[in-house]
Design a protein around this ligand. Structure first.
Ligand code: ATP
Ligand code: MG
Ligand code: MG
Ligand code: MG
Length: 430
């Protein structure tokens, strides 16, 4: 019977075959301990000299790291192993003998590991991060489908930018100019007018010139957009969504969080509603904490977000930012014309902004005026302006950065480890 490592618990005391790679091994004259991985998990296999043929025992002893094998034996319960099971080996067949593997159990520098990302992905820690990433994606689909959202895919090649023009990737589209999507936002507004509640999940490209541990050049964003939903109602959707992600990862990634050494108490205490403070209050808080480098009207940098987050043990919404530092489509505050109905959700523990959202302008004349103030003219935007001509309604939406969320929930310091093949300022390889 051919099974995967993840299926082992269902085959206790049964003889099975597993296709696997050798991750590590220890051996003495009479016994060899093989650490196996097959993509679905990690497991130890024990080869006892007196239980197998001489040929099999020698083969096991000589296995090189990453050699692929079919290994056969009995699955037995083993309380000491993190997985709970191990294999008592009876037979072993080598599929392919791996050459000297560059990534050994010893420590390697980051640049070396990044150059070998295609192989580094096989390590236990990277495997755990990718599983957490997958769980967040799975839970995202579950959450929005259960709430009646329709998944819509906005284009990647666009004639216009959603926000500004500085971070755009330019490319040719036959004889026209095109840009890689910075956000699906404008298209998602059109989709919400057609389908009510929609969400997208796709790649986003930003030519970020700054080198930080939170910015990728290519990252994935989940962008829900909701018709007939006002700003405050959108915040409730956001906190329920994020709380659901935390709960799902805690429930379905126990092993992975263990491998990552994640401090679970930091996640287990996260409850809705999340605290909300205004941008004005955030400025006050920063002044109290001794920040003299920030004035009303400026956007927060990573140190500011980290300092604000320190005052809370859950994600915190910062609402009502100055209109001049936010996108043109955000709705002005009804009582103040210098701030907009928006919020950033800041993760705890210094992981930074994970969501940016707002209520959108629904009034045609105001939208046109904001457009022109931003110098956004030309045919590329005409379709978008038209949306507020035909049955315009209050609507809100937000964007959650997948990799920022993976970093936070996994407890990894740098965003480069949260995506299989990171695109960074100085890295397009592998
Ligand atoms: P930041 O202030 O950190 O640069 P932003 O305000 O420019 O982020 P938004 O335009 O609000 O980002 O995008 C929505 C979400 O996408 C952010 O809250 C964040 O989670 C994520 N995000 C934005 N830029 C990046 C990036 N370069 N790499 C990874 N995730 C990003
Ligand atoms: Mg940015
Ligand atoms: Mg921001
Ligand atoms: Mg933002």
């Amino acid at each position: 019977m051919k099974i995967t490592i993840s299926q082992a618990p269902d085959y206790n005391e049964k003889e099975v075959t597993i296709g696997a790679w050798l991750a590590n091994k220890r051996s003495s004259g009479k016994i060899a301990f093989l650490q196996l991985r097959d993509g679905t998990g990690f497991m130890q296999a024990v080869v006892v000299k007196s239980d197998v043929s001489e040929e099999v025992f020698q083969a096991a002893k000589n296995l090189t790291q990453e050699t692929s094998i079919y290994i056969t034996g009995k699955i037995v319960e083993d309380k000491r192993s993190p997985f709970g099971f191990e294999m008592q080996v009876s037979d072993l067949e080598v599929i392919h003998v791996a050459e000297d593997y560059p990534i050994t159990p010893k420590e390697h520098g980051t640049e070396f590991l990044m150059d070998h990302r295609h192989l580094w992905l096989r390590s236990k820690k990277q495997h755990a991060i990718m599983k957490v990433r997958n769980e967040i994606i799975r839970a995202t689909y579950e959450f929005f489908n259960d709430q009646g959202f329709v998944k819509v895919d906005p284009p990647i090649l666009t004639a216009s930018s959603a926000e500004g023009t500085t971070e755009l990737f330019h490319t040719k589209y036959f004889d026209e100019d095109a840009y890689l999507s910075q956000s699906g936002q404008l298209y998602m507004e059109a989709a919400a007018m057609a389908l009510g509640k929609v969400f997208s999940f796709g790649p986003t490209f930003r030519a970020e010139k700054s080198k930080t541990r939170r910015h990728l050049i290519e990252f994935w964003m989940i962008e829900p957009e909701m018709a007939f939903v006002e700003h405050d109602e959108s915040l409730v959707v956001q906190e329920n969504y994020v709380a659901f992600l935390v709960e799902s990862v805690l429930k379905n990634c126990k092993l992975e969080l263990g491998v990552l050494g994640r401090d679970l108490s930091k996640l287990e205490n996260i409850k809705t509603p999340f605290p909300r403070i205004t941008y004005d209050e955030a400025i006050e808080l920063l002044k109290e904490k001794g920040f003299n480098d920030i004035e009303w009207g400026e956007d927060f940098g990573a140190p500011h977000e980290t300092a604000i987050a320190e005052s809370f043990d859950s994600p915190v919404f910062i609402t009502n930012y100055p209109k001049d530092i936010k996108a043109f489509y955000m709705k002005p505050h009804p009582e103040r014309d210098d701030v907009v109905l928006c919020a950033d959700l800041i993760a705890p523990e210094g992981y930074g902004e994970i969501i940016g959202g707002s209520e959108r302008i629904a009034d045609y004349d105001l939208m046109k005026q904001r457009y022109e103030e931003h110098g956004l003219t030309g045919p590329a935007y005409e379709w978008y302006l038209e949306l507020s001509k035909y049955g315009s309604v209050p609507h809100s939406g937000f964007g959650l950065g997948l990799e920022r969320t993976v970093a936070w929930l996994s407890g990894v310091e740098h965003i480069r480890e949260t995506i299989p093949f990171p695109r960074l300022l100085n890295r397009l390889y592998p």
